[in-house]
Design a protein around this ligand. Structure first.
Ligand SMILES: Nc1nc2c(ncn2[C@@H]2O[C@H](COP(=O)(O)OP(=O)(O)O)[C@@H](O)[C@H]2O)c(=O)[nH]1
Ligand SMILES: [Mg+2]
Ligand SMILES: [Zn+2]
Length: 279
């Protein structure tokens, strides 16, 4: 029988097999081959033996946190308190695209401001931007629709409202106020997939803001600019090895920045990540 690993605790894996959750152990052959099942794995199980018999090939895999087969990364920023962290967001978008993961940007806390700074920054990227207010439950239907049929990991700085949004979706997770009282529990929590509808899963992943970006970028094929979709519309640069920095001559990317077709925020992130930033 096929299923999805949604949780792992002390050598037990909890496999969502459609109408039931089956507690399984991995067969010894995995241990011998040093293969470890990962949350998100699609597996063949034997319900009689309560064992994982086979792990199906992974579409992608993240190291920190350890998760497999992620379709979508929901990057949450808050309009303010805390202010949007565009550099972190852009690091995450690069990492997601490199792993073949779709991106949706969520501008939360719209009760505290318009959120237009966030929509403007991502206007030309092709990423979907959703405005939400977890507190007043605004934008939650659209968020729910964006999660339908997908496995989505929630990422973003602490305090932006990831857990609050999941609560607004009807998933019970502890929010900032709770973790302030009991920080230990918050930081040591296991990653798990939570089913919100048939075939739709979410992961609230506190470790995601620490995603191993440098390693992902080092392993990436191609140039950093390949992971900024809005750069693709640029006319060819004068030099084929153009780094698209502020001093580049006759640079197609720079021209799009001047025309406002690449947002200044995104271009600044590009320069910072490229290591050529004057900031
Ligand atoms: N004003 C306002 N506060 C919010 C909103 N969403 C979450 N918060 C608050 O922001 C704080 C952090 O929320 P939390 O969900 O724990 O953030 P997380 O660290 O990203 O999971 C909490 O005090 C929430 O009540 C919102 O839409 N508006
Ligand atoms: Mg949280
Ligand atoms: Zn250029």
């Amino acid at each position: 029988m096929k299923g999805r690993i949604i949780k792992g605790v002390g050598g037990f894996y909890y496999v969502d097999a459609g109408d039931s959750i089956v507690e399984c152990r991995a067969r010894g052959k995995f241990r011998n081959k040093q293969i470890k099942p990962v949350i998100g794995d699609i597996v063949d199980i034997s319900t009689a033996n309560q064992t994982i018999e086979a792990i199906l090939p992974r579409k992608n895999e993240l190291a920190r946190p350890l998760l497999a087969n992620i379709d979508q990364l929901a990057i949450v920023l808050s309009v303010c308190r805390p202010d949007p962290d565009f550099l972190l967001t852009d690091k995450l978008t690069v990492a997601a695209l490199e792993k073949g993961i779709e991106v949706v940007i969520i501008a939360n806390k719209t009760d505290l401001g318009s959120g237009n700074g966030i929509t403007d920054a991502y206007k030309h990227t092709g990423f979907r931007v959703l405005k939400t207010c977890a507190d007043k439950k605004r934008g939650i239907c659209r968020l729910k629709a964006a999660l339908k049929g997908k496995t989505t990991a929630f990422a973003g700085n602490s305090g932006v409202g990831k857990s609050s949004l999941l609560n607004a979706l009807g998933v019970s997770v502890s929010t900032g106020d709770v973790s302030k009282i009991n920080r230990g529990r918050h930081t040591t929590r296991h990653t798990e997939l939570i089913k919100i509808a048939p075939n739709s899963y979410v992961a609230d992943t506190p470790g995601f803001s620490m995603l191993d970006f440098d390693k992902i970028l080092a392993d990436a094929e191609g140039d950093l600019s390949d992971y900024f979709p809005e750069f693709e519309k640029a006319a060819p640069c004068e030099f084929s090895d153009c780094r698209h920095t502020e001093n580049s001559l006759n640079c197609g990317v720079l021209k799009l920045v001047e025309k406002g077709k690449i947002s200044k925020t995104r271009y600044r992130s590009y320069l910072q990540l490229k290591g050529g930033a004057k900031t």
